[in-house]
Design a protein around this ligand. Structure first.
Ligand code: X8Z
Ligand code: ZN
Length: 628
């Protein structure tokens, strides 16, 4: 989700970007000397009030810009963003004055810290800097939204080309065309803007006392920034063997399918053959890697939906009653899960204000996001949904954000956020892990006679691993690249080379063709032009298994972990809600403890879930030379 987009993002960028109005600043000027705890409390109260009002207004502007990109909505979004940045920076500077005041309450101290380190893109106080920064950020995001690629020479928008990359019907030459056209058309023109954006944001971060913007991003996790970087490395080392085994196995299967000339038996995997534009999740090519015969899972959720008559809205469909009809029904399944564990239904306005599908007649940001526009109950999702398995999962992901937002909506403004950003990203995914064969039977999508028997467990696990495990190095490297850009260890001249090198180092993948000198491939991934920190997704990939394992324990599940669905279990819903309702009011280990009993983020639950698959993969890989 994007920084200025959802309220969630807003919390990261805007809500913390919210600051006192000039009037308030006058009413409560920072004391010249020896500020008191009472003055700090008054400052926080004023800041929270101001921020709350600003976020609602800014969210509306962002919503309109995201769902109707024009020169005018870009201008309005940039203007509003600049106002937010200026306020947030002013707040951060003022908060710093109170940080060592004796006698601060827990909440005031916590909120002062949030104000000091919670800005995604800070700008220096120099007049015009915030405006320039926000004009660039808006231009980058909107360019991404308007981005196009081609297939057999035919122009496709972002959501269409993403869906085509997930189809198995194309030739390697076609995948290559889609990959290359997307990266060239979307990424390349962004380079100069991105260089300038990093410069301005870094100047802003330094004025606020941080070494660079990346250091600021690492400071939002209730621990020292360096310890956070170390934590991500520890987690990666814990789960890396799983990725290495999967990589080796999948490479072998791609070699069998395409032959040595397209995919060699050794070395890295060609990035465009993995069923996803960014090679971040590989589930779409599951049929190519499925165990032969008995072990195969035997169904695909997208196909099950299609078998029930679900069909993606045709771009040329003119009847408003038909546009989004089936896609909306997909959302009903998601809502149904949350209702079954005790959450109140979505508000009526969700169904009238959500953007379910790409509009016919205007440019929008198709990348999915979840919003709570009035910070109370104006929940919405913006998606360009297609009837396929990826989007069925994404719907649950986005709804997780919305239910989280509503669960904490009674808290004070600075606490209207997740325990950390990884928690926010993990909730919906942890629900989606409950989409088991039995659950699909329960919701009448799968014929009970077709529930795969226990001997199909490997297929089931492999299908999950293709999305969940494959993602891990991608989830890590995006911000390792940005941390390097921000700290200057990656220079503008090397932006693309460093990106390609990291894709090779972490994911073991290579572009289908050598990249030109002026390429800017990072720009072809939404969260770079969208300026959304990405380590949250790496954390979420691990946390979601901890949440899921805890929920299954509460539900009293006795079988293999991956067969557990807690659909309909109110005790799970109650415990989950207890964590969600805490919002950002306590350090994240407190929240984790409420739901899982543990205070540590750990890859153990994920390793337990995939343990039978790891064993199987290693048997399959015997005699092969793994690695790249
Ligand atoms: O951006 C998203 C969500 C919105 S927060 C659709 N995700 C990441 C991505 O698409 O790259 C979810 C998984 C990772
Ligand atoms: Zn998300």
């Amino acid at each position: 989700m994007k920084i200025l987009v959802s309220r969630l993002a807003v919390a990261a960028a805007l809500s913390l970007c919210i600051s006192a109005s000039p009037a308030l600043a006058e009413a409560a000027p920072a004391p010249a000397a020896a500020p008191t705890a009472a003055q700090a409390d008054a400052f926080i109260a004023a800041a929270e009030k101001e921020s709350y009002d600003y976020v609602t207004e800014a969210s509306r502007i962002q919503w309109v810009n995201n769902t109707f990109i024009t020169e005018d909505t870009d201008a309005l979004a940039a203007q509003s963003g600049a106002k937010g940045t200026e306020m947030a920076v002013r707040f951060a500077l003022e908060a710093a004055k109170y940080k060592d005041v004796p006698g601060l309450s827990f909440d005031t101290k916590r909120k002062l810290d949030m104000l000091r380190n919670g800005i995604v893109l800070p700008a220096p106080t120099k007049p015009g800097a915030a405006t320039e920064l926000n004009e660039i950020a808006t231009r980058l995001q909107s360019s991404y939204g308007k981005g196009k690629g081609t297939l057999d020479g035919k122009v496709l928008n972002g959501s269409d080309i993403e869906a085509e990359m997930g189809e198995l019907t194309h030739t390697p030459a076609e995948y290559q065309e889609m990959w290359t056209s997307w990266h060239d058309n979307v990424g390349k023109p962004m380079k100069a803007d991105y260089v300038r954006l990093a410069e301005i944001a870094n100047a802003g971060a330094r004025e606020l006392g941080f070494a660079d913007t990346g250091a600021m991003w690492r400071s939002g996790y209730d621990m020292a920034p360096d310890d956070f970087a170390k934590l991500t490395e520890t987690l990666w080392q814990q789960v890396k063997p799983l990725y290495d085994s999967l990589h080796c196995y999948v490479r072998g299967k791609l070699n069998e399918k395409y032959g040595d000339a397209v995919q060699a038996k050794t070395g890295p995997i060609r990035a465009d053959l993995l069923g996803n534009m960014w090679a971040q999740e590989w589930g779409n090519i599951y049929p190519l890697v499925a165990p032969k015969g008995a072990g195969d899972l035997g169904y695909d959720v997208g196909d099950l939906l299609k078998a029930q008559g679900f069909v993606s809205t045709s771009p040329s469909e003119m009847d408003p009653a038909k546009r989004g009809f089936w896609e909306k029904k997909m959302f009903k399944y998601g809502e149904g899960f949350f209702s079954s564990i005790g959450f109140a239904p979505l508000p009526d306005t969700f169904w009238t204000r959500t953007q379910f599908i790409a509009p016919r007649d205007r440019e929008v940001i198709c990348h999915a996001s979840a919003w709570d526009v009035d910070q109370k109950d104006d929940l919405r999702i913006k998606m360009c949904t297609k009837v396929n398995s990826d989007d069925f999962t994404t719907i649950h992901h986005e709804l997780g954000h919305n239910y989280y937002q509503r669960a904490y909506n009674k808290l004070s403004p600075l606490y209207l956020n997740g325990a950390n950003d990884g928690f926010h990203e993990a909730i919906g995914d942890s629900i989606a892990l409950s989409i088991t064969p039995q659950y699909l039977v329960d919701i009448k999508l799968l014929d009970p006679a077709k529930v795969p028997s226990a001997d199909k467990d490997i297929g089931l696990l492999l299908r999950q691993a293709m999305d969940k495990v494959a993602f891990l190095p991608f989830g890590l490297l995006i911000d390792r690249w940005r941390w390097g850009v921000f700290d200057g260890s990656i220079k503008p001249a090397d932006y693309n080379k460093a990106w390609t090198d990291m894709r090779l180092k972490y994911q073991g993948i290579v572009p289908p063709v050598a990249r030109p000198d002026d390429a800017f491939d990072p720009g072809a991934k939404f969260h770079i032009p969208g300026n959304t920190p990405y380590t949250r997704y790496f954390l979420a990939r691990i946390l979601q298994f901890q949440f899921y394992e805890a929920a299954c324990k509460i539900a009293g599940w006795k079988g293999p972990l991956h067969r557990c669905s807690y659909y309909g279990n109110k005790a799970v819903g109650e415990k989950l809600n207890a964590m969600l309702a805490m919002g950002a009011s306590k350090p994240w280990p407190d929240a984790l403890q409420v739901y899982t009993g543990s205070r540590e983020i750990s890859g153990k639950a994920m390793l337990t879930y995939f343990a039978p698959l790891k064993k199987w993969l290693d048997q399959q890989n015997k005699g092969k030379s793994c690695g790249w």
